[in-house]
Ligand binder design. Structure first.
Ligand code: FAD
Length: 191
């Protein structure tokens, strides 16, 4: 594996975060497959544009950093919205897992046959359209081997937790205890 950290004709293989740079099939850097830092690093010819810590490594998001700036109003567009960036692989992932686990949390405890069919179809289509292509390829393979369990809310919540754990392990993160999925995504930890 080439670890390019200098300017050259060669495309950088490793970003500033130490992660491998992911390119789309047309050879352009994939925005939704890389961290924002790495994407900016590779698109700005190795010069990171961010002046504040990146969203994946700081508590502030890019938009919060922008809002916190007392002088720079050029980051605002009409209507008062900040010029937020399209999501990187981490933001996209967090938002997607939040949506998926929240769907599990509100899925009926005893779903009808139609609800079960619809959810299974939704999960498959969600996988097919997931915006990070290499994440998508693995997720689609996982679903093919591990059919979504949709018979009850708890079945689905646990199936999803295991699917999420598969990605956690791939990224070197600890596994979440799937017996606790409802505390995290449905009931909270207080009772
Ligand atoms: P996340 O993993 O996003 O988790 C958010 C929160 O969910 C955690 O803080 C925790 O409270 C809770 N949680 C964690 N694990 C579980 C679990 N098993 N069950 C229930 N709750 C849990 N990123 C890549 O770099 N490569 C990939 O191939 C890749 N594939 C992905 C495939 C899919 C379908 C999705 C939705 C995301 C994928 N991601 C991938 C993104 C990755 O999973 C993370 O979302 C991203 O790295 C940000 O991680 P995070 O630490 O903020 O927490």
């Amino acid at each position: 594996e080439v670890e390019s950290t200098s300017h050259s004709d060669q495309k950088p293989q490793i970003g500033v975060t130490g992660r491998k740079i992911v390119y789309d099939k047309d050879g352009k850097p994939c925005r939704t497959c890389n961290t924002l830092q790495d994407f900016q690093f590779v698109t700005a010819g190795m010069k990171p544009k961010l002046t504040s810590p990146p969203p994946s490594t700081s508590n502030k998001t890019v938009s919060e950093s922008a809002i916190a700036s007392p002088v720079d109003t050029s980051n605002k567009i009409a209507g008062g919205y900040a010029k937020d960036y399209p999501p990187d692989v981490s933001e996209l992932g967090r938002s997607s897992w939040t949506l998926l686990h929240s769907i599990a949390a509100t899925y009926p405890e005893n779903p009808s046959t139609k609800e079960q069919q619809d959810l299974k179809q939704f999960v498959k289509l969600f996988g097919n359209f997931y915006p990070c292509w290499f994440c998508r390829d693995d997720f689609v393979k996982y679903i093919d081997k591990n059919e979504p369990k949709v018979e009850t809310q708890d079945n689905f919540g646990k199936w999803l937790c295991e699917a999420h754990n598969e990605v956690n392990v791939k990224l070197g993160k600890p596994k979440f205890n799937c017996n606790l999925w409802k505390q995290r995504w449905k009931n909270g930890w207080d009772n």
